[in-house]
Design a protein. Sequence first.
Length: 251
Amino acid sequence: MRRQLICANWKMNHSLQDGMDFFLKLESIDYNNPQSDAVVFPAFPLIQPLSTIGAKIGIPIGGQNLNENESGAYTGEVSASMLASCGASWVIIGHSERRDIFGESNELIAKKIIAALSGNLNVILCVGEHLETREDGKTTEFVQNQLAINLDSISPDDMEKITIAYEPIWAIGTGLASKPEDAEEIMSFIRNWLEEKFNTDIADKTRILYGGSVKPDNMSGYAAMKNIDGALVGGASLDAESFWGIIKAVS
Ligand code: PGA
């Protein structure tokens, strides 16, 4: 049985004080949720202090990106071991904003996944299509190509540390959430693909999250779907009560 996982992707939002206040708020509403897992992904400078406060209520912290190299002359970049040394145990790789704004290719994302695994980090690998691809009826082909390249050299054992987030790009930050049934169709396709590439056990165990305009009032619709194991949440994860509302919706 896969446990639901609710992830907060804060993107480039929240000062250190905002981040601390978020956790204090969760603590004060008695955050305690054995039914599902939660992870918060703040900006890099907040990782270390928030990992200390997050540990108190059992919420791990992750980075929103990493560099594929271990160390060296890469001004402005952060490696897997640096994230881990600051208390991060997770990292998001291949978010559509990294792919589209920063030009990250499928091949680069594959390298970043290897780097994250060498640093012993859990990975949220994001995939998902643009609106034109959906309108052309090419969503499954597009997502399959992303997965095939991103996970090209990944072994079945590595998959223990990998979660997949299906985020249709047209649904991110737009308020136009995908219908649960439409997301389920692609996510069931992803699970079948995992079975073909790896095996039935990996397909059964791997968590697949939905992302794109998830809110406290639409989360239960996703959680009711057979192949949806939680959510990667942007805007609605910035406020502690809203994040808690999403977690409660799957409990
Ligand atoms: P959103 O973002 O919840 O604001 O749509 C989701 C994401 O980008 O991961």
